[in-house]
Design a protein around this ligand. Structure first.
Ligand code: NAP
Length: 238
C-alpha cells in the first residue's frame, strides 16, 4: 500500500473523478473524508471506502462557501484526527460564448473552479504547515492551456488553478516546509457526468476513465512524489 495510515479530504468525492480518487486512496490504505453537496452520493462512496476496510466519512460542503469550509475541516479533524492529503477536485462548468455568458454565470464558474481551490488551501494548508508534512492535489484541466469557444470561464479558472498551485508550492518552500507539496493534475476528456452532460453523443468508453486520473492522484499523494511540488501533470490518452 502506498498511503498507509494517511487521512485524506477529497472534494467532489461523490461521483466521477473524485469518487475514483476516494476509492483509490482507500485501496492504498488511507482513511477518507468525501465532500460535496449531494449527501446521498457521499454516503454511498463512504460506504464503498469502508468496504475496503477504511474509516470514511461523508462531509456536506459547498466549496464556494468560506464558512462551510471551516465547518467541514473542523468536522474532518474531529472524525479522522488529522488531514494529510487535500484533493481540491470539485468543479464544473457553464459553457457559453462570451457574448452569451451572463456575468453572474462567469462568477459562478470561477467561484466553483478557482476560488474553491483558494479556499481549500487557505483553510487546510495551515494544518499541513504546522505538522510539516502533507500533500495538496488540485484537479485542473487540459483546458487550462487553451481557450476554445464556450470555455471562457472554465479555461480561465483552470489556468488560475495552475498558477495558484505554483504559488502555494513556492510559499510552502519559502515557509521552510518542503514536506508539504502542492501539485495539479490536468486531465483531458474523462468519462463522467460533467463530460457526458456537455458531450451527450460521445461514447464514454472511448475516453479516459476516472480511475486513470486517480492513479496520478495516488502517485502525487505518496512518498514517491515527495520531491515534486509546483508541477501540473498533464493526463491524457490520444
Ligand atoms: N470529466 C472531464 O472530462 C474532466 C476533464 C478535466 C478536468 N476535469 C475536472 O475534474 C473535476 C471532477 O470533475 P468530474 O468530471 O468528475 O465531474 P462530476 O462527475 O460532475 O463530479 C463533480 C463533483 O464535484 C461536486 N461539486 C460540484 N459543485 C460543487 C460545489 N459547489 N461544492 C462542492 N462540491 C461540488 C459534485 O457534487 P455535488 O454536485 O453533489 O456538489 C461532484 O461530486 C472537476 O474539477 C473538473 O473540472 C474533468
Amino acid at each position: 500500500m502506498r498511503l498507509p495510515g494517511k487521512a485524506a479530504l477529497v472534494t467532489g468525492g461523490g461521483r466521477g473523478i473524485g469518487r475514483a480518487i476516494a476509492l483509490a486512496f482507500a485501496a492504498e490504505g488511507a482513511d477518507v473524508a468525501v465532500a460535496a453537496r449531494s449527501v446521498a452520493q457521499l454516503e454511498a462512496v463512504a460506504a464503498e471506502c469502508r468496504a475496503l476496510g477504511r474509516h470514511a466519512v461523508p462531509v456536506p460542503l459547498d466549496v464556494t462557501d468560506a464558512a462551510a469550509w471551516r465547518r467541514a475541516v473542523d468536522a474532518v479533524l474531529a472524525e479522522l484526527g488529522r488531514i494529510d492529503i487535500l484533493v481540491n477536485n470539485a468543479g464544473g462548468g457553464i459553457f457559453r460564448w462570451i457574448v452569451d455568458m451572463a456575468p453572474e454565470e462567469f462568477d459562478q464558474v470561477v467561484a466553483l473552479n478557482l476560488r474553491s481551490v483558494f479556499l481549500g488551501m487557505h483553510t487546510v494548508a495551515p494544518h499541513l504547515i504546522e505538522r510539516g508534512s502533507g500533500r495538496i492535489v488540485n484537479v485542473s484541466s487540459m483546458a487550462a492551456y487553451g481557450g476554445g469557444p464556450e470555455y471562457c470561464a472554465y479555461s480561465a479558472a483552470k489556468a488560475g488553478v495552475n498558477l495558484l498551485t505554483e504559488v502555494m508550492a513556492r510559499e510552502l518552500k519559502a515557509a521552510g516546509r518542503p514536506g508539504v507539496t502542492c501539485n495539479a493534475i490536468c486531465p483531458g476528456p474523462v468519462a463522467s457526468e460533467l463530460r457526458s452532460s456537455h458531450f451527450p453523443d460521445e461514447d464514454p468508453a472511448s475516453i479516459m476513465q476516472p480511475s486513470e486520473v486517480a492513479k496520478v492522484a495516488v502517485f502525487l499523494s505518496s512518498d514517491e512524489a515527495s520531491g515534486i511540488s509546483g508541477a501540473a501533470l498533464n493526463v491524457r490518452h490520444y
